[in-house]
Design a protein around this ligand. Sequence first.
Ligand SMILES: NC(=O)c1ccc[n+]([C@@H]2O[C@H](COP(=O)([O-])OP(=O)(O)OC[C@H]3O[C@@H](n4cnc5c(N)ncnc54)[C@H](O)[C@@H]3O)[C@@H](O)[C@H]2O)c1
Length: 256
Amino acid sequence: MIIDAAPTSLKGKTALVTGANGGIGKATAEHFSKLGARVLATDIGHKFNGDCEATYLQIDLGTKNGLQLTKKWIEKETPQILFNNAAIFDMGSILEASIEQMEKIFSVNVKAMYYLMQSCSNSLLKNKKKGSIINLSSQAGHRGESLVAHYCASKAAVISYTQSAALALAPYNIRVNAISPGVVDTPMWKTVDKLFAKFEGKKIGQKKKEVGEAVPLGYMAQPNDIARVAVFLASEQSNYITAQTINVDGGSVLRM
Ligand SMILES: NC(=O)c1ccc[n+]([C@@H]2O[C@H](COP(=O)([O-])OP(=O)(O)OC[C@H]3O[C@@H](n4cnc5c(N)ncnc54)[C@H](O)[C@@H]3O)[C@@H](O)[C@H]2O)c1
């Protein structure tokens, strides 16, 4: 029997990681680098905090200038892997979540995600290269939550754009998939926990504890749990997978 095991190695590939200083972004940048990829990392802070080699650009993806800078970078480097991960979280129901909050969330979570995906695919096409684009959705993208109107909608949009892009780009061998984490222990949870404390009158730390215990596996994911799936989607191991949203949620999908 011949076992046609495709390589997990990312040698020879360039990977662009957005939100590279965050929990999931940092872990994924490190995984990509350790598996041989040349990493282009970007975030809003002054320098890259990851434990790996990376070329870093400080960019605010919520601005027009930031998007144009990233596009130029993409055109110069033509990354074959795009880890479209930067996002912000905020809370509010339909009764109070403002249009300003919507614009802020959508500018990073949807507009920047779309713009980078478009820039990256055009660059790959121009250079006749295949690629793998990985967008970060969320379990929040599968159903609305009364207090999380805009964030949930932004993550649902990520799933939809992933599907449309995957179908449009399949003839060019550019795969597009999304990862949909459940709850992951990252710096974002400081904000999430504080907001739930405010909106639901909980003690600080209570929401985080509750959501971890509610996962069928019994605990929150660590960033590395997501990074390993990112490696799979970025590598040849997944070369027949496109247009999918992979739940990495410890089984929470069945409790939604
Ligand atoms: N942590 C979770 O429980 C969870 C669950 C589901 C989905 N997700 C998704 O996973 C992804 C990563 O989340 P995380 O938990 O690692 O969050 P995080 O807050 O740790 O990291 C997000 C990173 O994005 C960066 N960022 C935010 N706004 C930016 C901007 N305008 N320009 C450039 N960079 C910006 C932040 O500086 C931060 O480093 C996000 O898309 C998030 O929505 C997270």
